[in-house]
Design a protein around this ligand. Sequence first.
Ligand SMILES: Cc1cc2nc3c(=O)[nH]c(=O)nc-3n(C[C@H](O)[C@H](O)[C@H](O)COP(=O)(O)O)c2cc1C
Length: 365
Amino acid sequence: MWQESRLSRLLNIEYPIVQAPMILQKPLVPLAAAVSNAGGLGSLGCAEMSINELEQRVAQLKASTDKPFNLNFFLHKPPIYRAELDDRARSLVAPFYENLNLELPADTSVTEAETFDAEKLDLLVEQNPAMVSFHFGCPQGAVVDRLKGAGIRVAATATTVSEALALERSGVEIIVAQGWEAGGHRGSFAVNYEDTGIGTMALVPQIVDAVDCLVLAAGGIGDGRAIAASTALGADGVWMGTAFLTCTETPITGIHREALLSASDEDTHLSRAFSGRPCRARRTPYSVGLAEGRPDFPEFPLMYNYSSPIKRHGIAHDDLDHQFLLYGQAAALNRERSAEQLICELVEQTNEILTAMQTLGRTSV
Ligand SMILES: Cc1cc2nc3c(=O)[nH]c(=O)nc-3n(C[C@H](O)[C@H](O)[C@H](O)COP(=O)(O)O)c2cc1C
């Protein structure tokens, strides 16, 4: 049975379906709790939380579920400010500020972004979530050992086989194999994203063959057909982001929900115009205009200094063209329903397909 995978056994969950961590306007505690309560693994994107907020959100999550959950952090290198990149980005964003009648921010030399540090590591060991996952990097062996020593399972994103091997060498136990289709930021840390762009279908079996770790398929998994396919590719489970965006527990705005419920396969592209890192999101005049010619932008997360005021304006004016709607290539499969309903339907559909395939196999022999 696909449900009784290595992931389900390792984490003591009913279904090997992980709700990907996603940072939105509001924290996803109710969604994560609903997913965990329904037998999957709920995740909380903690990368932008201060230590106090992290403590508060984990307490809220623990009050809403006694089931396992995952906490997620970014491992990007501290950005280096480069005046020439700043000047170029400034000249590219200036027309958008002019059109919207907004004041252009000073520059991108200052950022107050949170980082993963020793204090947060101590808190994780104390709070003891079932799993901690990392994006944008390879955790140091000492960090992995400390978490594993506390009984916490460690996962991280890879976008190529070489990244998966580096994660395995660091002691990571669960690889999130993130294909090109995935919504949100590419987790790439050792490769240039323009030179790779490997789709989930090609990436998952190659990572499965290369490592002994558990492998989760991520990117474009929108229904039970894709879960069945991921099982066939050798994945120990799936890691789904976009599909959970239209759950009733997900705190997105009405206009965001409408955009997702009327999405098409051609809606999105990869752009570094939002944050400085490649990110799959709905095309907008801003993201398309700035991506032209693939200029280098100020490093992640410095570019937010220029994009955030535009996004805030878009949200305040219900203007889709000036928001950053992160979602993946399979968003057209999204429907509105509760997380529990979604998980039930995913499980039912996957079971039906895998049973039909078995029957087909028997009759064709
Ligand atoms: C709105 C949104 C926000 C995301 N934020 C995070 C994040 O904070 N941390 C992370 O590891 N991945 C993040 N991701 C990427 C997901 O982990 C995952 O790779 C992706 O959603 C899988 O592709 P799918 O959206 O097609 O299911 C985000 C994705 C989306 C759509």
